[in-house]
Design a binder for this molecule. Structure first.
Ligand code: ADP
Ligand code: ZN
Length: 756
């Protein structure tokens, strides 16, 4: 038996449900349980160790042999028995203390130990009150008498009484200092005299103090019908999809649903893609639910996240509703009643790297199952998988086909770029039709959004003499030109170089840019509308905690007339003055080499278009494309979600893709090209021989080298109705034997189940 050295937590900081759920994630998404723990817990909940120094028991020290420093430490240890490194620095009044400590260790007097503690630091505020000795009236009178001649101190005390009477709550030292005009030292003198005492209370770091209103707007008929429909679906189903066109008022329906569950004393989790988690939405919820709303977000500090964690753990009223990005899924819920997954089609719900590569929507459905909680998925453009599940009655389905308040769906027009270039009706990348529409909208005092699915100035730079294209030295990708910084930059590894004046290959000076990004759109726009205020929203302009928010606010406040941006613009934003949306080029999305390319193009265009005309006036959308007859573009213009769905589902069925097949992707990486190729082939052959399933590969991905690592992928397709457990077990074994082949030991493998 050993002595207990330290008790780490008096109560567990994780719940039984969490452990069960994390185990499921590790098993389903095929990763180590440690990976899940690391991804799940805010790092401030983890423990950090600190060295402490204590005295060895039972030693008799001959203090006569001590130097002065040694004696000071020894003496301090007589009184405290353990000291931290920084205590000793204080005692000796210097930083260089280790030689002395080492001497005492050598003499067998001291030992070093580790003490473990939470990294989380609660936020403490210092309060003052009258010392309990003076709580009776007589004692108080005596006290004032005593302080008769200490005028300043008496004033402080009187200020304190006034302040307490007015505030009717505990008074902080700072408040008292401010109210009395005294100094902190003055207050401290009263504390030293035993007249007052100080104490600490833990504060919440994040508190909502804004406006609140508990009268809800009444639901429209369509909303009411949808609300009732959801309740009906929940009678027999665990999951319900709310498919409502953009601006149909889905958020208002979520709010009503949330209310139902918190009134039953349940917890509610509201998941959103990171980028859609704006102040706009949080405030909309806080407006109704005030401080019952907690936010869990990667941009929050570690301490703030632990605070939310503890509130959820304690089932506090302050976290009845947790609104968060995918990682909110890992919070210690114990009484979950409802999960909302808004914008459920968003691919950012799927974690890519590092493991666990989980899908937050799917993992949330499993989590809800433990509690018998309901799951409401919402989107104007549901993922094919979810809509399929709804159509096959696995999920409930509720649809809203009209916008709230008789607002019309925007009118979508196509501009054929082939024709425009041919007839010279283009200025840069702007067709005459788009320029005119922008001019008209601005003239009426309305705002405009322009969407281009690429950042930077142009993705390719080419030498007109020899055709050389500058590429990243570490990745297999051309460098993107950023004009503002006059740099070529790699969007995969961050490599950058100054823009060359000559071709590195033939020294030619005729370097041209090809393709275009948001930066170029912005610059051309400034040329077309020099007197207008133009903003840009992409990864390059939204760094920092509030970078994104700042742009949204200034657009909302109409300090920006035209906002140019990437898909960041598509995420559930509600601007009432935007009457025109322009999609600069629909084609680069359509021809992405990915089985989800058309689904995504539809979603992206429909969502961006959905930002137009969200209040009375009908919005207008202009899509510039070389392929006006493309099926997907037609489906977007007609708002034909179901047409898109049917076409995609048909293709997925014949080509063995989700929702009919589950995909397990294995990625292999190595710095040695030949070894990687050989290894990938070895693995592919074994998999193909072992499984009676379609195994594809080893494939060279479109970007086949990143940060000097070559990449190959292998894809296994498993029919949806086949139990996946057996396949995974076999796969684990095969990967294990792959790793034990000596020449492939250094090949890195990553498994992505249900990859997006
Ligand atoms: P969605 O989430 O479907 O895109 P929103 O919930 O943002 O739609 O609603 C679109 C607009 O309509 C918002 O400005 C919202 O405030 C307004 N709205 C929705 N429902 C109501 C209602 N019942 N009463 C008043 N305004 C509503
Ligand atoms: Zn690179």
């Amino acid at each position: 038996a050993k002595e207990i050295h330290q008790i780490l937590d008096e109560e567990p900081v994780v719940s039984e449900y969490q452990l069960r759920h994390w185990q499921w994630i590790a098993s389903y998404y095929m990763c180590a349980i440690g990976d899940v723990y690391r991804g799940a817990m805010p790092s401030a909940l983890l423990l950090e160790s600190e060295t402490i120094i204590s005295q060895k028991q039972d030693v008799f020290a001959d203090s006569a042999t001590f130097t002065d420093d040694e004696f000071l430490i020894y003496e301090a240890l007589q009184q405290q028995s353990a000291l931290k490194i920084k205590d000793i620095m204080d005692i000796l009044n210097r930083k260089n203390i280790f030689p002395v400590i080492q001497k005492l260790i050598d003499k067998g007097i001291l030992i070093l130990q580790e003490e473990v503690q939470e990294v989380y630091k609660p936020k403490l505020t210092r309060y003052v009150r009258i010392h309990p000795n003076h709580h009776t009236d007589e004692a108080l009178a005596a006290l004032l008498e005593l302080l008769k001649n200490a005028r300043k101190q008496k004033e402080i005390l009187l200020s304190f009484f006034q302040l307490s009477a007015r505030e009717k709550k505990p008074i902080t030292v700072n408040q008292l200092v401010e109210a009395s005009g005294a100094s902190v030292a003055g207050v401290k003198a009263l504390i030293d005299k035993g007249v007052m005492e100080q104490y600490y209370l833990q504060e919440d770091r994040v508190v909502y103090t804004g406006e609140m209103n508990d009268t809800r707007p009444s639901l429209s008929d369509a909303q009411q019908k949808a609300f009732d429909g959801i309740n009906d679906a929940f009678e027999s189903k665990e999951v319900c999809l709310l498919h409502g066109v953009t601006a149909s008022g889905k958020t208002e329906i979520y709010i009503r649903q949330i209310e139902e569950y918190i009134n039953q004393g349940k917890q509610v989790m509201y998941l959103l893609p990171e980028i859609a988690l704006t102040t706009q939405l949080v405030q909309r919820l806080q407006f109704y639910f005030g401080n019952q709303v907690a936010v869990y977000h990667s941009k929050y500090s570690n301490n703030e996240r632990v605070e939310v964690w503890n509130q959820v753990l304690q089932q506090s009223d302050k976290a009845k509703i947790v609104i968060g990005a995918r990682s909110a899924l890992f919070l210690p819920f114990s009484n979950l009643g409802l999960v909302i997954v808004d914008e459920e089609h968003e691919q950012t719900f799927k974690q890519q790297d590092p493991a666990p590569r989980y899908h937050a929507r799917d993992a949330a459905i499993v989590l809800a199952g433990y509690f018998g909680a309901k799951v409401l998925l919402g989107s104007a453009t549901p993922s094919i998988e979810t809509y399929f599940n709804a159509k096959t009655a696995k999920f409930g389905l509720v649809e809203i086909t009209e916008r709230f308040g008789k607002v019309m769906m925007p009118e979508i027009e196509l501009v054929d770029l082939k024709d425009c270039y041919f007839r010279k009706k283009m200025t840069g990348h702007f067709s005459d039709a788009l320029v005119q529409a922008i001019a008209e909208a601005l003239m009426r005092g309305e705002q405009v959004i322009l969407f281009q699915n690429r950042r930077g100035y142009s993705p390719v730079m080419e030498c007109m003499t020899c055709g050389h294209v500058p590429e990243c030295p570490q990745c297999d990708v051309s460098l993107t030109f950023h004009k503002h910084k006059n740099q070529l930059r790699c969007h995969y590894c961050g490599y950058s170089m100054a823009k060359p004046t000559n071709c590195h290959h033939c020294s030619g000076i005729d370097l041209m840019t090809k393709g275009f990004g948001t930066e170029q759109v912005e610059l051309e726009l400034k040329g077309l509308f020099p007197e207008r205020r133009i903003g840009r929203m992409d990864q390059d302009t939204t760094r920092g905690k509030y970078g994104y928010e700042k742009i949204i606010d200034s657009f909302k406040n109409r300090e920006i007339d035209v906002l140019v941006g990437t898909q960041m613009l598509a995420k559930g934003l509600d601007f009432d003055n935007v009457s025109l949306v322009g999609i600069m080029n629909a084609d680069n999305m359509l021809y992405h080499p990915d089985f989800r390319a058309l689904e995504r193009s539809y979603q992206m265009m429909t969502q961006v278009a959905g930002r137009a005309g969200r209040s009375e006036k009908r919005g207008r959308v202009i899509i510039q494309t070389y392929n006006p007859n493309h099926n997907t573009i037609r489906q977007v213009t007609e708002g034909d979600y179901f047409g898109m769905f049917k076409e995609q589902v048909y293709e997925r069925k014949i080509y063995y893709y989700p929702p009919y097949f589950r995909l397990v992707k294995i990625t292999l990486k190595h710095r040695d090209f030949d070894k990687l190729k050989e290894g990938a082939m070895w693995l592919y052959k074994v998999l193909d021989q072992t499984f009676d399933l379609p195994v594809l590969g080893p494939e060279e991905p479109p970007i086949s080298r990143i940060r000097n690592e070559y990449i190959r992928t292998i894809l296994i397709k498993i029919p949806q109705d086949q139990p996946i457990g057996g396949v995974k077990n076999t796969l684990r074994k095969i990967l294990h034997s792959f790793e034990s082949v000596p020449q492939y030991r250094a090949v890195k493998t990553a498994i992505n189940v249900d990859f997006y």
